[in-house]
Design a protein around this ligand. Structure first.
Ligand code: DC
Length: 224
């Protein structure tokens, strides 16, 4: 069975998860947040006291740990060794350290394999990340690349954190987002960049509904 795949890539805080979740619902598809796979490995290594720069040790930990990504309504439930880590992988201490996993080719190739295996189980998947259209699913039916001004992305993240009861300083958050952009764009392996055939959407002045509608227009025009 060939899976019908739509990829959504873009920088931190651009709204990929929100939009991917909404689009998946509209299309009756499964939603895959690939950032969660990088976060899960980072947290599992941290919990095991492994030095994140020690790639062989992280690989060995991955070999003996059962990572599981499963849908529960429209939430992607993340567990390792049966332990629920769905919320813990979003903690700032994980966000700060995830670049060590994201920049190591052997770790990325394991996670890419896992992402492909996950998608292969379903008929339709909307997947989001940094390299979904370029590296993981180059033959996807539709590829979108989202952008937004970094101040606007910071504002969205700030609001999201406030809703979750977490107050953070705006300028600090802006600085962290800028650092993540630099790390995502400048790493040698699978840097954040649009696929040649990706459809670009600048979301600075469009809300999530507007972005999903734009995507549905594209999909229905070509596919409908
Ligand atoms: O989307 P996110 O913030 O949950 O992603 C966490 C980190 O994982 C991000 O800083 C870069 C990395 N990542 C990646 O390198 N490739 C992906 N496909 C998804 C995320």
């Amino acid at each position: 069975m060939d899976t019908f795949i739509i990829t959504i890539d873009g920088p931190a805080g651009v709204g990929k998860s929100t939009v991917a979740r909404m689009l998946a619902k509209e299309l009756g598809a499964i939603f895959l947040d690939t950032g969660a796979t990088y976060r899960a490995v980072t947290l599992a290594a941290m919990n095991a006291g492994i030095d994140l720069t020690d790639t062989p040790a992280v690989l060995e930990m991955m070999d003996r740990t059962a990572f599981n990504f499963k849908h529960d309504g429209d939430v992607l439930k993340v567990t390792f060794d049966g332990q629920n880590a769905t919320e813990a992988i979003r903690e700032p201490k994980v966000t700060e350290k995830v670049k060590f996993v994201a920049s190591q080719p052997p770790l990325r190739s394991r996670l890419v394999k896992l992402q492909k295996q996950f998608a292969a189980q379903f008929d339709k998947v909307v997947t989001e990340g940094r390299d979904q259209g370029t590296v993981v699913f180059p033959d996807a039916a539709f590829k979108f690349f989202l952008t937004a001004d970094s101040k606007e992305r910071t504002r969205r993240r700030h609001e999201e954190l406030a809703t979750a009861g977490k107050e953070v300083d705006f300028d600090t958050l802006h600085e962290q987002i800028a650092q993540r952009d630099a790390s995502d764009e400048n790493r040698t392996i699978s840097p954040l960049k649009p696929a040649g055939d990706a459809i670009h959407i600048d979301t600075t002045d469009i809300d999530a509904n507007g972005v999903v509608n734009r995507m549905l227009e594209v999909i229905n025009t070509k596919h409908g």
